[in-house]
Design a binder for this molecule. Structure first.
Ligand code: CMC
Length: 380
């Protein structure tokens, strides 16, 4: 007999606290997000991705001198080994997230501290991965289009350099700014699926590269990082603002989900969405393509009754339209999320290492018991 009465199963680990954290605070009921105690709104409006990365990794805002040294360290680590470029070239037909995962995995072979799991070395590796990951994504994009990879531009900030390597052209100030805000908004988000997966890997005393590979693999799915791409696929299918309402109603009636809506934790509007909404509207108008924002706005209106069920727009809803307006291909959208998230994954791994315990839950067995083993020749 199985003892089943006392077992409480929390499928999907919904509402389960795994540990404590000083990385980010989320109040899903009121849509509040803090990184290391600072409001996401202040950081999105006044900070930079470099400063936010420092904040996450070291736990406090840097002085000017500290930020300059940190930024110089990031710039110095942008190049990737030729062997990694060759590997990217070999797998260039794959999805950009598969290539990023493979590229990060390959970087572990060239990292001088790969097996050093001290907190200091893990932070240094996190800095190197933050700096090098955009080069992997941009190198892949160039190679798959039959173009030569673009060298990192040391005169540009993190976001600007990424766009310059992607398009072989210095981005406008506005585009570099929007990319920077986008990276800030994606930098950290508690025990989301990819950070949890990274923590599980770290909990076995594996290493940061392995944990980030796990994070990338987990972020890839449409229920997590893949939604921005799916939102734009939906917007492309809708094609005109006039079609948005009937499309959405049909999708909902057939039991489908409107991508970019809903969140496991937020039962109010995702506070990150506000910043991307404004950028999506402005950029669409400036580029003479207001239709994407108009389609998204109609979708927003059709979905408004669902707010009563706690279903609001999430960070991915407007992100895709911005990337599209910047000329970034659809299948690169999730990779942009991953580039922003590397400091957050690093911090989660650091927290796990700082007070490690093997993460090993239980699953309740519900299959048959004590079956008789029948030799193969006697099976019917
Ligand atoms: N469209 C329509 N209905 C929805 C949606 C949606 N996007 N999301 C949730 N629901 C409904 C769902 O059908 C269910 O209804 P009912 O109770 O009548 O069966 C109810 O809301 C609860 O859904 P759930 O799947 O149990 O909730 P969850 O917390 O497990 O799901 C989610 C969270 C993000 C997987 C889900 O909202 C979803 O699939 N959204 C679309 C994908 C998406 O935008 N993902 C990006 C998340 S934000 C980026 C990140 O941080 O990862």
């Amino acid at each position: 007999m199985q003892k089943t009465e006392q077992i409480e199963i929390r499928r999907g680990l919904k509402d389960v606290y795994l540990d404590t954290t000083e990385a980010s605070f989320i109040d899903g009921e009121i849509g509040k997000l803090l990184y290391r105690g600072y409001s996401i709104h202040d950081l999105a409006e006044q900070s930079t991705f470099e400063e936010v990365s420092y904040l996450l990794l070291y736990g406090r805002l840097p002085t000017r001198a500290e930020l300059e040294a940190f930024d110089a360290g990031l710039r110095a680590e942008r190049a990737i080994p030729k062997e990694v470029v060759d590997i990217i070239d070999m797998v260039k037909a794959s999805h950009p997230m598969d290539v990023l995962r493979t590229g990060v995995s390959a970087l572990s072979a060239f990292d001088p501290e790969v097996r050093d799991n001290s907190i200091e070395a893990t932070i240094r590796k996190g800095l190197r991965l933050t700096a090098k990951a955009p080069t992997i994504v941009a190198t892949h994009e160039r190679l798959r289009k039959g173009q030569r990879p673009v060298e990192p531009n040391l005169n540009l900030n993190h976001a600007g350099n990424f766009l310059s390597m992607l398009f072989d052209k210095e981005p406008s100030e506005e585009e570099a700014y929007i990319m920077d805000v986008d990276f800030i908004l994606h930098a950290e988000h508690g025990a989301n699926a990819s950070a949890f997966a990274a923590r599980v890997t770290a909990s076995t005393q594996s290493d940061l590269h392995s944990a980030v590979v796990t994070g990338i693999a987990t972020l890839k799915g449409p229920a997590h990082g893949g939604a921005a791409e799916d939102v734009m696929k939906m917007a492309e299918e809708i094609a005109t603002p006039e079609n948005a309402e009937s499309y959405t109603r049909q999708l909902l009636e057939s039991g489908g989900r409107v991508m970019g809506f809903g969140h496991r934790v937020y039962k109010a509007e995702d506070p990150r969405a506000r910043h991307l909404r404004a950028r999506s509207k402005d950029l669409g108008e400036k580029k003479g393509e207001p239709k994407w924002f108009q389609i998204l706005s109609t979708l927003y209106d059709v979905m408004s009754p669902y707010q009563a069920k706690g279903i609001y727009v999430n960070v991915d809803f407007y992100a895709g339209s911005i990337y599209q307006l910047m000329g970034i291909p659809d299948d690169l959208f999730i990779s942009l999320f991953a580039l922003g998230r590397i400091p957050g994954w690093t911090l989660q791994v650091v927290e796990q290492f700082s007070n490690n315990i093997l993460i090993r839950p239980l699953v309740q067995y519900t299959g048959p018991m004590d079956l008789e083993y029948v030799p193969i020749e006697k099976r019917g």
